[in-house]
Design a binder for this molecule. Sequence first.
Ligand code: AMP
Ligand code: FE
Ligand code: FE
Ligand code: ZN
Length: 281
Amino acid sequence: MNEIIDLHTHSTASDGTYTPAELIRYAKAKGLRALALTDHDCIDGLDEAVSVGREVGVEVIPGVELSAEFPNGTMHILGFFVDRTRAAFLQRLATLQEARRQRNPLIVKKLQDLGLEITYDEVVAASGGGQVGRPHFARVLMQKGYVRTIGEVFERYLKKGGPAYVEKARFSPEESIALIHEAGGVSVLAHPFTLHLPAEELDPLFERLAKAGLEGVETYYSVHTAEETLRYERLAREWELVTSGGSDFHGANKPNIDLGIGTGSLHVPYSVLEELRRKPH
Ligand code: AMP
Ligand code: FE
Ligand code: FE
Ligand code: ZN
């Protein structure tokens, strides 16, 4: 019996390159038993994913990935089992989407000021009509030959603090967790290595998040080192968090990461999903 699942994936509703239907069919082809669709600040792909999941026999967990305020690195918080009909939740997501719409043209302006030829229409075209994110700017610049890879665009221009980086309004970590709870969901800190925190500062942060009601930490992740995995396993035990896991599959926008298996060795067992489901929500 196949037990593999993937609790972190993106579709064309945000910055993945597979439509929700394509993603679920691909999950089926890869033999995944369950998958969470966790688009950035957006739930537009969930209806399609859930319905195709029923059709082909893949358990689809409605999810979301919120970008939270965090001074140095990047903090993303995943929400699983979110109820996509709750008005307060939808309204807060609309706020985050508006913040992106305000940010995106400013990124184009910065890139133009740096001497790169790029228009907002090209970026929108690259997004295929879903929500625009930084990988779409990166694709346009890569296709024009300015760089060889999407990663290089982030390194040179788009990363936090980079010359074309523009801040966008976000909710605090506590507000993000509360928002997921309001939506009836379970919250999980995504890829903690992107926090860029020294090991000794992780414990106070986990204490803060656990107090805010965090239920899990994404321990098994495509690019975590063995040492990082061990560190997050220990923190999970200390703060009674579920050790979640996922690939962060984005299709061609993260070409080295495949669904379910990440860079090759990821393996998230079905029992993780059962543990998350047991958390009150
Ligand atoms: P945004 O949500 O628009 O700020 O864009 C953030 C997204 O950019 C992340 O979710 C990743 O998909 C992508 N991203 C961030 N850093 C990198 C990187 N170094 N290489 C490739 N993609 C990245
Ligand atoms: Fe992304
Ligand atoms: Fe993320
Ligand atoms: Zn993600």
